[in-house]
Design a protein around this ligand. Structure first.
Ligand code: SAM
Length: 220
C-alpha cells in the first residue's frame, strides 16, 4: 500500500506536468485539481495508479476519466463562480467535485447506475464536498427540475446531441459532449446557445468515452 503522503506527492507532480504542458491552463482549474486529487475517487486497489494520466476502472464496469481529459473539458467549459451546472455521468463523483470547486455553488450530476450513485456519494462525502447533488436517472433527458443550465457537461459518448440538453441550456450557455460511435471513438463538441437562442457547434477533436445509455442515447 502506498501512503497518503506519497499519493499526494505523485498527484502534485501530475498536476504540475499538465500545467506545464498547457492542458491545465487556468489557476482555478489547477487549484481544483490540487484540492481534490483523483485518488480520493477510486477504490483502494487503484489509488497507487491515480496519478497516471489514463482512465481507471470504477465499479459497474465504468471508468474514471484520465486527468488530461477532465482538465480539457473543464477548461472548455469556462466555469466561473455562480454558474448553474449539470453534469451527466457522475461515475466516481470526481469531475463533479472539481466543478463544484470552480462554481462554488450547487452542482447537479445524474448517474444511471445505482451502484455508482452510492459510490460517488460516499467518495464526495469522504472528500468533504457538500454542494454536489447526485441524482439517479437517465441523464440523456437532462434534469428539468433545476433547468435552465449555464453549462451542461456530458462525460459519456452519445450517438447524437440529445434534444432535451439543448432545450435545458440557457441563452449564452455551453454544452460539452462527446458524440460518435458506441465504442472507442467520438468527437468532442462544444455547443453554444447564443443570447438570441441560435445553436453553434464546434468540434474539438477525438476522444474515447463509455456510451451514454438512455432514451436520447444508446440502447442498453
Ligand atoms: N464523470 C465521471 C467521473 O468523474 O468519474 C466519469 C464518467 S464515466 C466515463 C461515464 C458515466 O456515465 C458512467 O458512470 C455511466 O454509468 C454514466 N452514464 C451512461 N449513460 C448515462 C445516462 N443516460 N445518464 C446518466 N449517466 C449515464
Amino acid at each position: 500500500m502506498v501512503d497518503e503522503e506519497e499519493l499526494l506527492r505523485r498527484w502534485e507532480k501530475t498536476v504540475e506536468q499538465l500545467f506545464r504542458e498547457g492542458v491545465i491552463k487556468s489557476e482555478p482549474v489547477r487549484r481544483a485539481f490540487l484540492k481534490y486529487p483523483r485518488y480520493l475517487f477510486v477504490e483502494e486497489r487503484y489509488k497507487k495508479y491515480a496519478h497516471v494520466d489514463e482512465p481507471l476502472p470504477i465499479p459497474a464496469g465504468q471508468t474514471i476519466s484520465a486527468p488530461h481529459m477532465v482538465a480539457i473539458m473543464l477548461e472548455l467549459a469556462d466555469l466561473r463562480p455562480g454558474l448553474n451546472v449539470l453534469e451527466i455521468g457522475t461515475g466516481s463523483g470526481w469531475n463533479a467535485a472539481l466543478i463544484s470547486e470552480l462554481v462554488k455553488t450547487d452542482v447537479y450530476t445524474v448517474e444511471r447506475l445505482p451502484e455508482l450513485v452510492e459510490f460517488a456519494r460516499k467518495n464526495l462525502e469522504r472528500a468533504g464536498v457538500k454542494n454536489v447533488h447526485v441524482i439517479l436517472g437517465d441523464g440523456s433527458k437532462g434534469f428539468p427540475p433545476k433547468a435552465p443550465y449555464d453549462r451542461i457537461i456530458v462525460t459519456a459518448g452519445a450517438p447524437e446531441v440529445p434534444r432535451p440538453l439543448i432545450q435545458q441550456l440557457n441563452p449564452g450557455g455551453k454544452l460539452i459532449i462527446p458524440v460518435g460511435s458506441y465504442h472507442l471513438w467520438q468527437d468532442l463538441y462544444i455547443i453554444d446557445k447564443t443570447e438570441t437562442g441560435k445553436i453553434k457547434k464546434r468540434r474539438w477533436g477525438g476522444v474515447a468515452f463509455v456510451p451514454l445509455v438512455g432514451e436520447y442515447g444508446w440502447n442498453e
